[in-house]
Design a binder for this molecule. Structure first.
Ligand code: ATP
Length: 289
């Protein structure tokens, strides 16, 4: 038995812009992705004495499917088919990242599975090759393979590494509502977006390590669509901002809200307020990775 452990980190979008809807139905985006310390923990075990190619997944979170719908399953299947692999593999997933939250929970597990198969079978694939495989399973997967901080363009496959957030605390709060990414994009009128986030300015501010200028540029064009049906998103943002967050916005298509703090104490106090007021049931104090 050969075993490998992987941490799969959550992401937030420090800025999220949608440039246009493409004829193929996808949207061209321009966003800044930032990994956080909040992560899923995965253990992959390959039985070298077997040849059936059986993929089995177990998880602590009931709502996450363990069959062929799981992105870990899809990633292993695609890697097995592409590279002619046959050993049985089992995966134990400890799910800590909120599900359907706009934090790329499934995509990051998918990326971890691609990397794990690469290492377990000594395939020696480059990051670029793994990203080419990953994008077939989701637009956020190439970033999750790269990790840390990047500007993401195209549908998510054009990535430029940049310096990340430093010396701050990120409070993550997911209200108990469910948001479909497809619904949000369907209801976004990309050609009517008046104010576009200053993504280039934020990338420069990150290079300068200027937290105040970074936070000034936090913006997400999907927020109006999601917050229109779920005003609790704005309420949580205001609670964060009124309690010491330098700024606070929604991540991805939501409903997770995150706020950036320079004080750990203030971040933890605000986490308690949000929990006590039952504004969100999944609340985490994290740091950038
Ligand atoms: P994104 O930020 O990429 O839009 P998300 O946070 O909106 O992601 P996920 O948490 O990735 O959404 O889950 C979306 C759906 O994918 C869930 O309803 C779940 O059934 C399915 N899914 C498949 N594989 C996984 C996985 N490994 N972890 C979580 N959900 C998964």
């Amino acid at each position: 038995m050969k075993t490998i452990e992987k941490k799969a980190y959550a992401k937030v979008n420090l800025a999220l812009d949608v440039l246009r809807k493409r004829p193929d139905g996808y949207h061209d985006v321009k966003m800044i992705m930032q990994n956080l310390s909040l992560c899923d923990e995965l253990t992959f075990s390959v039985d070298e004495n077997t040849t059936e190619g059986i993929i089995s997944i177990s998880t602590n979170k009931e709502s996450v499917p363990t069959d062929e719908r799981n992105l870990i399953y899809k990633a292993i299947k695609l890697m097995y088919e592409t590279y002619g692999l046959h050993n049985n593999i089992s995966v134990k997933l400890i799910k800590n990242i909120p599900v359907e939250a706009g934090m790329a929970g499934g995509s990051t597990d998918c990326a971890a599975a691609i990397k794990a198969v690469n290492e377990l079978f000594d395939l020696k694939l480059s990051i670029k090759k793994m990203q080419e495989i990953g994008v077939k399973l989701g637009a956020d997967v190439p970033f999750c393979i790269l990790g840390k901080t990047a500007v993401s363009e195209g549908i998510g496959e054009i990535l430029t590494e940049i310096p990340g957030l430093k010396e701050c605390y990120v409070l993550v709060a997911k209200p108990p509502i469910s948001v479909s990414t497809a619904f949000v994009y369907k209801n976004l009128k990309a050609d009517e977006i008046k104010v576009h986030p200053d993504v280039d300015g934020m990338a420069q501010a990150l290079k300068n390590n200027d937290l105040s200028e970074i936070c000034k540029r936090m913006s997400n064009v999907l927020e109006t669509v999601t917050a229109c049906s779920h005003p609790e998103i704005i309420i949580i943002e205001n609670v964060m901002k009124n309690n010491g967050a330098i700024n606070s916005i929604m991540s991805g298509s939501g409903p997770t809200v995150f706020g950036i703090f320079d004080s750990k104490e203030q971040c933890e106090k605000t986490a308690k307020i949000i929990r006590d007021e039952k504004l969100a049931n999944e609340v985490y104090v994290t740091v950038p990775v």
